[in-house]
Design a protein around this ligand. Structure first.
Ligand SMILES: *Cc1c(COP(=O)(O)O)cnc(C)c1O
Length: 395
Protein backbone atom coordinates (compact mmCIF):
# COMPACT_ATOMS: atom_id res chain seq x y z
CA UNK A 1 0.00 0.00 0.00
CA UNK A 2 1.15 3.56 -0.60
CA UNK A 3 1.06 6.49 1.81
CA UNK A 4 -2.33 7.79 0.67
CA UNK A 5 -3.95 4.37 1.00
CA UNK A 6 -2.57 3.96 4.52
CA UNK A 7 -3.85 7.40 5.52
CA UNK A 8 -7.30 6.68 4.08
CA UNK A 9 -7.51 3.35 5.88
CA UNK A 10 -6.45 5.04 9.13
CA UNK A 11 -9.05 7.78 8.74
CA UNK A 12 -11.72 5.17 8.11
CA UNK A 13 -10.95 2.98 11.14
CA UNK A 14 -9.42 5.13 13.87
CA UNK A 15 -11.56 7.48 16.00
CA UNK A 16 -11.27 11.03 14.69
CA UNK A 17 -9.72 12.94 17.57
CA UNK A 18 -6.53 14.06 15.82
CA UNK A 19 -5.81 16.17 12.76
CA UNK A 20 -2.65 14.32 11.91
CA UNK A 21 0.31 15.57 9.89
CA UNK A 22 0.34 13.93 6.48
CA UNK A 23 3.19 11.57 7.22
CA UNK A 24 3.17 7.80 7.67
CA UNK A 25 6.28 7.07 9.71
CA UNK A 26 7.73 3.64 9.33
CA UNK A 27 11.12 3.36 11.02
CA UNK A 28 13.73 5.29 12.93
CA UNK A 29 17.47 5.29 13.37
CA UNK A 30 19.26 7.51 15.89
CA UNK A 31 17.65 10.98 15.72
CA UNK A 32 16.14 10.41 12.26
CA UNK A 33 12.73 9.10 11.23
CA UNK A 34 11.78 7.66 7.85
CA UNK A 35 8.36 7.66 6.19
CA UNK A 36 6.84 5.05 3.91
CA UNK A 37 8.41 6.76 0.91
CA UNK A 38 11.88 6.51 2.37
CA UNK A 39 12.10 10.25 3.08
CA UNK A 40 14.38 11.11 6.02
CA UNK A 41 13.42 13.55 8.79
CA UNK A 42 15.51 15.06 11.56
CA UNK A 43 13.35 14.54 14.63
CA UNK A 44 12.92 17.42 17.08
CA UNK A 45 9.70 16.03 18.54
CA UNK A 46 10.75 12.64 19.98
CA UNK A 47 7.15 11.40 19.92
CA UNK A 48 6.24 14.37 22.20
CA UNK A 49 9.26 14.30 24.51
CA UNK A 50 9.25 10.51 24.81
CA UNK A 51 12.09 8.94 22.81
CA UNK A 52 15.02 10.29 24.83
CA UNK A 53 17.51 7.92 23.20
CA UNK A 54 16.11 8.30 19.71
CA UNK A 55 15.30 5.23 17.66
CA UNK A 56 16.64 1.71 17.28
CA UNK A 57 19.01 2.01 20.23
CA UNK A 58 20.56 -1.43 20.62
CA UNK A 59 21.03 -1.35 24.38
CA UNK A 60 17.42 -0.31 24.91
CA UNK A 61 15.99 -2.73 22.35
CA UNK A 62 17.97 -5.64 23.78
CA UNK A 63 16.50 -5.09 27.25
CA UNK A 64 13.01 -5.38 25.77
CA UNK A 65 13.82 -8.36 23.57
CA UNK A 66 15.32 -10.25 26.52
CA UNK A 67 12.29 -9.49 28.67
CA UNK A 68 9.80 -10.56 25.98
CA UNK A 69 11.38 -13.99 25.93
CA UNK A 70 11.23 -14.25 29.73
CA UNK A 71 7.94 -12.75 30.86
CA UNK A 72 5.69 -9.97 29.60
CA UNK A 73 2.91 -9.84 32.15
CA UNK A 74 1.85 -11.38 35.45
CA UNK A 75 -0.40 -8.74 37.19
CA UNK A 76 0.24 -7.03 40.50
CA UNK A 77 -1.00 -10.01 42.50
CA UNK A 78 2.60 -11.23 42.31
CA UNK A 79 6.06 -9.71 42.56
CA UNK A 80 8.08 -9.33 39.38
CA UNK A 81 11.78 -8.57 39.19
CA UNK A 82 11.82 -5.69 36.63
CA UNK A 83 9.29 -3.63 38.62
CA UNK A 84 11.23 -4.16 41.86
CA UNK A 85 14.47 -3.10 40.18
CA UNK A 86 12.93 -0.14 38.34
CA UNK A 87 11.27 1.21 41.51
CA UNK A 88 14.53 0.86 43.42
CA UNK A 89 16.36 2.86 40.75
CA UNK A 90 13.78 5.67 40.82
CA UNK A 91 13.86 5.81 44.63
CA UNK A 92 17.66 5.87 44.67
CA UNK A 93 17.94 8.56 41.98
CA UNK A 94 15.32 10.91 43.46
CA UNK A 95 15.44 10.40 47.23
CA UNK A 96 11.68 9.80 47.29
CA UNK A 97 10.28 6.72 49.01
CA UNK A 98 7.60 4.89 46.99
CA UNK A 99 6.64 4.42 43.35
CA UNK A 100 3.36 3.35 41.76
CA UNK A 101 3.66 2.39 38.09
CA UNK A 102 0.88 3.31 35.65
CA UNK A 103 0.39 2.90 31.90
CA UNK A 104 0.25 6.58 30.99
CA UNK A 105 0.77 10.11 32.21
CA UNK A 106 -2.93 10.73 32.81
CA UNK A 107 -3.13 7.67 35.05
CA UNK A 108 -0.14 8.90 37.04
CA UNK A 109 -2.08 12.14 37.65
CA UNK A 110 -5.18 10.18 38.67
CA UNK A 111 -3.15 8.26 41.22
CA UNK A 112 -1.47 11.39 42.58
CA UNK A 113 -4.86 13.07 43.06
CA UNK A 114 -6.25 10.01 44.84
CA UNK A 115 -3.19 9.90 47.09
CA UNK A 116 -3.63 13.57 48.06
CA UNK A 117 -7.30 12.97 48.84
CA UNK A 118 -6.57 9.90 50.92
CA UNK A 119 -3.81 11.68 52.83
CA UNK A 120 -6.21 14.51 53.68
CA UNK A 121 -8.94 12.04 54.63
CA UNK A 122 -6.61 10.27 57.05
CA UNK A 123 -5.60 13.60 58.61
CA UNK A 124 -9.00 15.19 58.98
CA UNK A 125 -11.55 12.40 58.61
CA UNK A 126 -13.71 13.88 55.87
CA UNK A 127 -13.50 13.95 52.10
CA UNK A 128 -14.94 17.25 50.90
CA UNK A 129 -11.56 18.30 49.60
CA UNK A 130 -10.45 20.92 47.13
CA UNK A 131 -7.56 20.98 44.71
CA UNK A 132 -5.84 24.06 43.30
CA UNK A 133 -4.57 23.74 39.73
CA UNK A 134 -3.18 26.30 37.24
CA UNK A 135 -4.57 28.08 34.21
CA UNK A 136 -3.03 26.85 30.92
CA UNK A 137 -1.95 23.61 32.56
CA UNK A 138 -2.17 20.22 30.92
CA UNK A 139 -2.43 17.01 32.94
CA UNK A 140 -4.14 14.55 30.60
CA UNK A 141 -7.47 13.52 29.09
CA UNK A 142 -9.08 11.19 31.65
CA UNK A 143 -11.85 12.75 33.72
CA UNK A 144 -9.74 13.34 36.85
CA UNK A 145 -6.73 14.67 34.94
CA UNK A 146 -9.01 16.79 32.75
CA UNK A 147 -10.58 18.25 35.89
CA UNK A 148 -7.24 19.83 36.82
CA UNK A 149 -6.35 20.84 33.24
CA UNK A 150 -6.67 24.61 32.93
CA UNK A 151 -7.81 24.81 29.33
CA UNK A 152 -11.56 25.30 28.93
CA UNK A 153 -11.44 24.16 25.30
CA UNK A 154 -10.49 20.63 26.46
CA UNK A 155 -13.05 20.62 29.27
CA UNK A 156 -16.23 22.31 28.05
CA UNK A 157 -17.96 19.33 26.42
CA UNK A 158 -17.32 16.96 29.32
CA UNK A 159 -18.89 18.73 32.26
CA UNK A 160 -19.54 18.09 35.04
CA UNK A 161 -16.01 17.06 35.92
CA UNK A 162 -14.51 16.29 39.33
CA UNK A 163 -15.83 18.87 41.83
CA UNK A 164 -13.68 21.04 44.08
CA UNK A 165 -11.04 22.18 41.58
CA UNK A 166 -10.06 25.85 41.48
CA UNK A 167 -7.68 27.45 38.99
CA UNK A 168 -4.96 29.95 39.88
CA UNK A 169 -2.67 32.01 37.66
CA UNK A 170 0.67 30.29 36.95
CA UNK A 171 3.61 32.28 38.38
CA UNK A 172 1.23 34.42 40.44
CA UNK A 173 1.53 33.42 44.07
CA UNK A 174 -1.18 35.79 45.29
CA UNK A 175 -3.71 34.15 42.98
CA UNK A 176 -2.90 30.81 44.66
CA UNK A 177 -3.11 32.25 48.19
CA UNK A 178 -6.58 33.64 47.45
CA UNK A 179 -7.87 30.15 46.69
CA UNK A 180 -6.52 28.39 49.79
CA UNK A 181 -9.20 27.25 52.20
CA UNK A 182 -9.30 24.80 55.10
CA UNK A 183 -10.56 22.26 52.56
CA UNK A 184 -7.58 22.50 50.18
CA UNK A 185 -5.80 19.13 50.03
CA UNK A 186 -3.41 19.63 47.12
CA UNK A 187 -1.81 22.10 44.75
CA UNK A 188 -0.91 20.58 41.39
CA UNK A 189 1.33 22.22 38.81
CA UNK A 190 3.75 21.44 36.03
CA UNK A 191 7.24 22.55 37.02
CA UNK A 192 7.49 23.85 33.46
CA UNK A 193 4.20 24.13 31.56
CA UNK A 194 4.51 22.13 28.34
CA UNK A 195 1.33 21.89 26.24
CA UNK A 196 0.22 25.29 27.50
CA UNK A 197 3.09 26.97 25.61
CA UNK A 198 6.44 26.21 27.38
CA UNK A 199 6.33 28.43 30.47
CA UNK A 200 8.95 27.74 33.17
CA UNK A 201 7.88 28.46 36.75
CA UNK A 202 9.75 31.26 38.47
CA UNK A 203 11.84 30.35 41.49
CA UNK A 204 9.72 32.64 43.64
CA UNK A 205 6.56 30.81 42.54
CA UNK A 206 7.78 27.26 43.16
CA UNK A 207 9.34 28.16 46.50
CA UNK A 208 6.21 30.08 47.46
CA UNK A 209 3.98 27.10 46.68
CA UNK A 210 6.24 24.86 48.76
CA UNK A 211 5.92 27.31 51.67
CA UNK A 212 2.12 27.53 51.36
CA UNK A 213 1.88 23.74 51.32
CA UNK A 214 4.14 23.42 54.38
CA UNK A 215 2.23 26.07 56.33
CA UNK A 216 -1.17 24.55 55.57
CA UNK A 217 -0.38 20.82 55.48
CA UNK A 218 -1.28 20.66 51.78
CA UNK A 219 0.21 18.16 49.32
CA UNK A 220 2.37 19.71 46.59
CA UNK A 221 2.19 17.71 43.35
CA UNK A 222 4.69 18.49 40.58
CA UNK A 223 3.71 17.13 37.18
CA UNK A 224 7.05 16.18 35.64
CA UNK A 225 5.57 14.10 32.84
CA UNK A 226 7.01 16.30 30.09
CA UNK A 227 9.75 18.31 31.81
CA UNK A 228 11.17 15.40 33.85
CA UNK A 229 13.55 12.59 32.89
CA UNK A 230 16.52 14.81 32.14
CA UNK A 231 14.87 17.09 29.61
CA UNK A 232 15.85 20.31 31.39
CA UNK A 233 19.31 19.14 32.45
CA UNK A 234 18.29 17.78 35.85
CA UNK A 235 16.69 14.37 36.26
CA UNK A 236 13.53 16.16 37.46
CA UNK A 237 12.93 19.86 36.84
CA UNK A 238 11.98 20.66 40.46
CA UNK A 239 15.65 20.05 41.31
CA UNK A 240 16.46 23.39 39.63
CA UNK A 241 14.45 25.15 42.34
CA UNK A 242 15.99 23.54 45.41
CA UNK A 243 12.68 22.14 46.66
CA UNK A 244 10.98 18.77 46.73
CA UNK A 245 7.26 18.29 46.14
CA UNK A 246 5.42 15.69 48.22
CA UNK A 247 4.41 13.78 45.11
CA UNK A 248 5.59 13.96 41.52
CA UNK A 249 4.33 12.34 38.35
CA UNK A 250 6.50 11.01 35.55
CA UNK A 251 5.79 9.33 32.18
CA UNK A 252 6.72 10.24 28.56
CA UNK A 253 10.51 9.56 28.54
CA UNK A 254 10.27 7.26 31.57
CA UNK A 255 9.96 4.22 29.31
CA UNK A 256 11.25 5.89 26.12
CA UNK A 257 8.35 4.55 24.07
CA UNK A 258 6.94 1.66 26.06
CA UNK A 259 3.71 2.98 27.62
CA UNK A 260 4.52 3.58 31.27
CA UNK A 261 4.14 6.31 33.88
CA UNK A 262 4.42 6.57 37.63
CA UNK A 263 3.58 8.67 40.62
CA UNK A 264 6.26 8.89 43.25
CA UNK A 265 5.76 10.07 46.83
CA UNK A 266 7.67 10.75 50.00
CA UNK A 267 7.15 8.22 52.76
CA UNK A 268 4.60 9.74 55.10
CA UNK A 269 2.36 10.72 52.19
CA UNK A 270 2.83 7.43 50.34
CA UNK A 271 1.81 5.53 53.47
CA UNK A 272 -1.67 7.06 53.27
CA UNK A 273 -2.48 4.49 50.59
CA UNK A 274 -3.12 0.95 51.86
CA UNK A 275 -4.09 -2.30 50.10
CA UNK A 276 -7.41 -1.84 48.32
CA UNK A 277 -7.02 1.92 47.79
CA UNK A 278 -5.59 1.75 44.28
CA UNK A 279 -4.59 -0.74 41.61
CA UNK A 280 -3.97 -1.53 37.96
CA UNK A 281 -3.83 -4.68 35.86
CA UNK A 282 -1.00 -3.70 33.53
CA UNK A 283 0.80 -1.00 35.52
CA UNK A 284 4.36 -1.99 36.43
CA UNK A 285 4.36 -5.06 34.22
CA UNK A 286 7.70 -6.75 33.51
CA UNK A 287 7.99 -5.51 29.92
CA UNK A 288 7.32 -1.85 30.75
CA UNK A 289 9.57 -1.97 33.81
CA UNK A 290 12.41 -3.63 31.91
CA UNK A 291 12.31 -0.51 29.74
CA UNK A 292 12.29 1.85 32.75
CA UNK A 293 15.10 -0.03 34.38
CA UNK A 294 17.27 0.08 31.26
CA UNK A 295 16.48 3.76 30.69
CA UNK A 296 17.71 4.60 34.21
CA UNK A 297 20.90 2.59 33.61
CA UNK A 298 21.46 4.42 30.33
CA UNK A 299 20.93 7.81 31.97
CA UNK A 300 23.84 6.97 34.27
CA UNK A 301 26.19 5.30 31.82
CA UNK A 302 25.70 7.91 29.07
CA UNK A 303 26.09 10.89 31.44
CA UNK A 304 22.97 12.17 29.76
CA UNK A 305 22.39 15.09 32.14
CA UNK A 306 25.71 16.79 31.41
CA UNK A 307 25.10 16.22 27.70
CA UNK A 308 21.65 17.84 27.93
CA UNK A 309 23.11 20.82 29.79
CA UNK A 310 25.70 21.38 27.11
CA UNK A 311 23.59 20.82 24.00
CA UNK A 312 20.58 22.51 25.65
CA UNK A 313 22.59 25.69 26.15
CA UNK A 314 23.64 25.52 22.50
CA UNK A 315 20.04 25.05 21.32
CA UNK A 316 18.99 28.00 23.48
CA UNK A 317 21.68 30.23 21.92
CA UNK A 318 20.70 29.24 18.39
CA UNK A 319 17.00 29.82 19.04
CA UNK A 320 17.82 33.22 20.56
CA UNK A 321 19.71 34.13 17.39
CA UNK A 322 16.76 33.08 15.23
CA UNK A 323 14.28 34.98 17.35
CA UNK A 324 16.31 38.15 16.78
CA UNK A 325 16.42 37.56 13.01
CA UNK A 326 12.70 36.95 12.48
CA UNK A 327 10.24 39.67 13.55
CA UNK A 328 7.39 37.09 13.56
CA UNK A 329 8.94 35.54 16.70
CA UNK A 330 7.80 37.10 19.98
CA UNK A 331 10.18 35.27 22.30
CA UNK A 332 12.06 32.09 23.15
CA UNK A 333 11.06 30.27 26.34
CA UNK A 334 12.16 27.07 28.03
CA UNK A 335 14.97 25.19 29.70
CA UNK A 336 17.46 22.67 28.32
CA UNK A 337 15.89 20.56 25.60
CA UNK A 338 12.36 21.78 26.31
CA UNK A 339 12.17 24.95 24.24
CA UNK A 340 9.50 27.04 22.57
CA UNK A 341 9.38 29.92 20.11
CA UNK A 342 6.21 31.99 20.53
CA UNK A 343 5.00 33.36 17.19
CA UNK A 344 2.91 36.43 16.40
CA UNK A 345 -0.67 35.76 15.29
CA UNK A 346 0.11 36.55 11.64
CA UNK A 347 2.50 33.60 11.43
CA UNK A 348 0.78 30.26 11.99
CA UNK A 349 2.88 27.66 13.82
CA UNK A 350 1.05 24.96 11.87
CA UNK A 351 2.22 26.40 8.56
CA UNK A 352 5.83 26.63 9.70
CA UNK A 353 5.65 23.03 10.92
CA UNK A 354 4.32 21.81 7.57
CA UNK A 355 7.05 23.67 5.70
CA UNK A 356 9.66 22.22 8.05
CA UNK A 357 8.34 18.73 7.32
CA UNK A 358 8.61 19.35 3.58
CA UNK A 359 12.21 20.37 4.31
CA UNK A 360 12.95 17.21 6.33
CA UNK A 361 12.50 18.41 9.92
CA UNK A 362 9.88 17.27 12.42
CA UNK A 363 8.84 19.86 15.00
CA UNK A 364 5.49 20.23 16.79
CA UNK A 365 3.47 23.03 18.33
CA UNK A 366 2.31 23.90 21.83
CA UNK A 367 -0.67 25.98 22.97
CA UNK A 368 -0.97 29.59 21.81
CA UNK A 369 0.89 29.46 18.48
CA UNK A 370 4.23 28.22 19.84
CA UNK A 371 6.82 26.11 18.03
CA UNK A 372 7.94 23.38 20.41
CA UNK A 373 11.41 21.78 20.38
CA UNK A 374 11.63 18.54 22.36
CA UNK A 375 14.28 16.46 20.55
CA UNK A 376 15.75 13.15 21.68
CA UNK A 377 18.17 13.91 24.53
CA UNK A 378 21.06 12.41 22.54
CA UNK A 379 20.87 15.17 19.93
CA UNK A 380 24.27 16.72 19.04
CA UNK A 381 25.32 20.30 18.31
CA UNK A 382 25.62 19.31 14.64
CA UNK A 383 21.98 18.18 14.75
CA UNK A 384 21.05 21.55 16.26
CA UNK A 385 22.86 23.31 13.38
CA UNK A 386 21.03 21.11 10.89
CA UNK A 387 17.73 21.94 12.57
CA UNK A 388 18.31 25.71 12.63
CA UNK A 389 19.21 25.74 8.94
CA UNK A 390 15.91 24.05 8.03
CA UNK A 391 13.98 26.19 10.50
CA UNK A 392 15.31 29.42 8.92
CA UNK A 393 14.27 28.20 5.51
CA UNK A 394 10.81 27.24 6.82
CA UNK A 395 10.20 30.53 8.65
C1 LIG B 1 1.59 14.41 28.16
C2 LIG B 1 1.30 14.96 29.49
C3 LIG B 1 0.34 14.37 30.34
C4 LIG B 1 -0.52 13.21 29.92
O1 LIG B 1 0.20 12.06 29.60
P1 LIG B 1 -0.51 10.90 28.73
O2 LIG B 1 0.51 9.82 28.72
O3 LIG B 1 -0.79 11.47 27.40
O4 LIG B 1 -1.75 10.51 29.46
C5 LIG B 1 0.19 14.91 31.61
N1 LIG B 1 0.92 15.96 32.03
C6 LIG B 1 1.84 16.55 31.24
C7 LIG B 1 2.64 17.70 31.77
C8 LIG B 1 2.05 16.09 29.95
O5 LIG B 1 2.94 16.70 29.16
Amino acid sequence: MNKTEYMEMGEKNILHVYNRYKLVLEKGEGVYLYDTEGKKYLDFAAGIAVSAFGYNNKKYNDALKDQIDKLIHVSNLFYNIPSIEAAQKIVKATGFDRVFFTNSGAEAIEGALKLAKKYAYNKKGSNDYEIIAMNHSFHGRTIGALSVTGNSHYREHFMPLMPGVKFAEYNNLDSVKELISDKTCAIILETIQGEGGIYPATEEFIKGIRRICDDNNIIMICDEIQCGMGRTGKLYAFEHYGIKPDVFTTAKALGCGVPVGAFVARGEVADAMVPGDHGTTYGGNPLACAAVSRVYDMFESHEILSHVNEVGRYLEEKLEEISKEFPCIIERRGKGLLQGLALKKEKSAGEVINKAMDNGLIIISAGGNVLRFVPPLIITKENVDEMTEILRKSL
